[in-house]
Design a protein around this ligand. Structure first.
Ligand code: GDP
Ligand code: MG
Length: 175
């Protein structure tokens, strides 16, 4: 039974990835869906709230988009510290963004205080002709990291819901 006084659990999910890989677009694409949504703009970037019923309780996912820190590599020391889940995005048409994802992964391991869930996302699959990051190579990396992997397009919406839903499930287990 749901007691109104019961405090709702919050689960923090943050985005990581090079500038221009499509983090904000992925968030927008996902939020375009039929969920209970609020939008708040803060100094630290955009924060979105998603309420979801997991097993027997309702929890609030707090999604943190970046505010452009990735352009200047000016993430604060503790950006990843209290995250339960991290959506690590690269652009399949830009090799350097894939290399940057590897660097982020290292930083996440160093900073995360939880054994946070990471989802590796190769975005922009709608631009097939410009692909440079091979699917199998990324899959292998995700396997080595023991994390889930999706190829998405924020433009067409392909796999966006699937990636977020997987993130929610895995981050919920971390809490
Ligand atoms: P961020 O810096 O990671 O937040 O990247 P943005 O979400 O701002 O996207 C950067 C650019 O990539 C924008 O011009 C978007 O229109 C474009 N973009 C983002 N996602 C996709 C995608 O899935 N496909 C294509 N073709 N373009 C995308
Ligand atoms: Mg952005």
């Amino acid at each position: 039974q749901n007691l109104p006084s019961k405090k709702i659990k919050q689960i923090k999910i943050v985005f990581a990835g090079d500038a221009g890989v499509g983090k904000t677009c992925l968030m927008e694409s996902y939020m375009g869906r039929d969920f209970q949504v609020n939008q708040v703009s803060t100094m630290g970037g955009d924060v979105q709230f998603v309420m979801k019923t997991m097993e027997k309780e309702t929890v609030q996912f707090v999604l943190w988009d970046t505010a452009g820190q990735e352009k200047f590599d000016s993430f604060t020391k503790n950006y990843f510290r209290d995250a339960h889940g991290i959506i690590l995005v690269y652009d399949i048409t830009r090799e350097s963004s894939f290399e940057r994802a590897k660097k982020f992964h290292q930083t996440i391991l160093e900073e995360s205080q939880y054994n946070c869930a990471i989802i590796l996302v190769g975005n922009k699959v709608d631009i097939k002709k410009k692909r440079v990051v091979d699917t199998v190579k990324a899959e292998d990396l995700a396997k080595a990291w023991d994390c889930s992997f999706f190829e998405t397009s924020a433009k067409t919406g392909i796999n966006v819901i699937q990636a977020f839903e997987k993130m929610f499930l895995e981050a919920y287990e971390v809490l």
